[in-house]
Design a protein around this ligand. Structure first.
Ligand code: F6R
Length: 247
């Protein structure tokens, strides 16, 4: 596991974008696993900037997103499909037909999950998986639980996740209670993983996830077993790592 410590959010975003950009340059038709949430927004902005400068093309890139709220259609402004269109896809030359986000409106959510895993397999797996991390150590919407779940699946959102995400909805009651999420298998099988973390409020969980015991109570801790993980964080997110002498 590598740690790249950056002065601030902007520098962190630039470093993460560098890693993604290197992947796209080395393998133009790579499969990118993408994340939503507030942390990667700066990374996407940087990628868009480099695309606009002519330094980068997504023309052949295929993408699979981690998760989607159950019950939200892609045109709902809080859906993760909508997020991806607005924060990346609409601004670069990626072919939307080559992008995948689980369908939150699928009539049979379990069948949608199985089809999502089959699609990832057909693509040949994920070359680079970008991840954010929740305050409880969730990745995708793999919430703390008694066991790790391998396949893409429907999950009940933890109250802490509902609380963290309610700022994006009119009220807490509007936050969907379930989501479709890639499971730990596709994430762990990704050939490389880039985790972005920012802010003091992530400092404790960053330490717990990457230096604590590997446990489904902290889903991101499973990444300790992955051979190619890069954690890109700002000084605030790495403050406990530094205090504990881990860096
Ligand atoms: C998003 C996702 C989530 C977020 C996590 C952190 O697709 O899967 O795991 O990465 O909730 O969110 P932020 O970046 O908003 O702190």
């Amino acid at each position: 596991m590598r740690f790249i410590s950056c002065a601030d959010y902007t520098a962190m975003s630039r470093q993460a974008a560098n890693l993604i950009s290197a992947q796209v340059i080395v393998k133009p038709n790579c499969v990118l696993g993408l994340a939503t949430g507030s942390t990667p927004i700066g990374t996407y902005k940087q990628l868009i900037e480099w695309y606009n400068k002519g330094d980068l093309s997504f023309a052949q890139v295929r993408s699979v997103n981690l998760d989607e709220y159950k019950g939200l259609s892609g045109d709902h402004d809080q859906s993760y499909r909508y997020f991806m269109q607005n924060n990346l896809f609409n601004h670069v030359d990626i072919d939307v037909a080559n992008t995948s986000v689980p369908n939150g409106k699928a009539e049979d959510a379990d069948a949608e999950c199985a089809a999502y895993d089959a699609h990832i397999r057909e693509l040949g797996g994920i070359d680079l998986q970008l991840l954010g991390m929740g305050h409880n150590g969730h990745i995708g919407f793999n919430e703390p639980a008694d066991e790790f779940v391998g396949p893409t699946h429907v999950v009940e959102l933890a109250q802490s996740t509902i609380d963290a995400n309610k700022r994006f909805f009119a009220s807490e009651a509007d936050v969907p209670r379930q989501a479709l999420t890639m499971g730990m298998a596709a994430i762990l099988q990704a050939r490389s993983v880039v985790v972005v973390v920012s802010g003091e409020d992530k400092a404790e969980i960053v330490h717990k996830a990457f230096f604590g015991p590997i446990t489904p109570r902290v889903p991101a801790s499973l990444l300790q077993l992955h051979p190619n993980v890069t954690v890109v964080g700002d000084e605030a997110a790495f403050s406990v790592l530094r205090k504990e002498g881990c860096l």
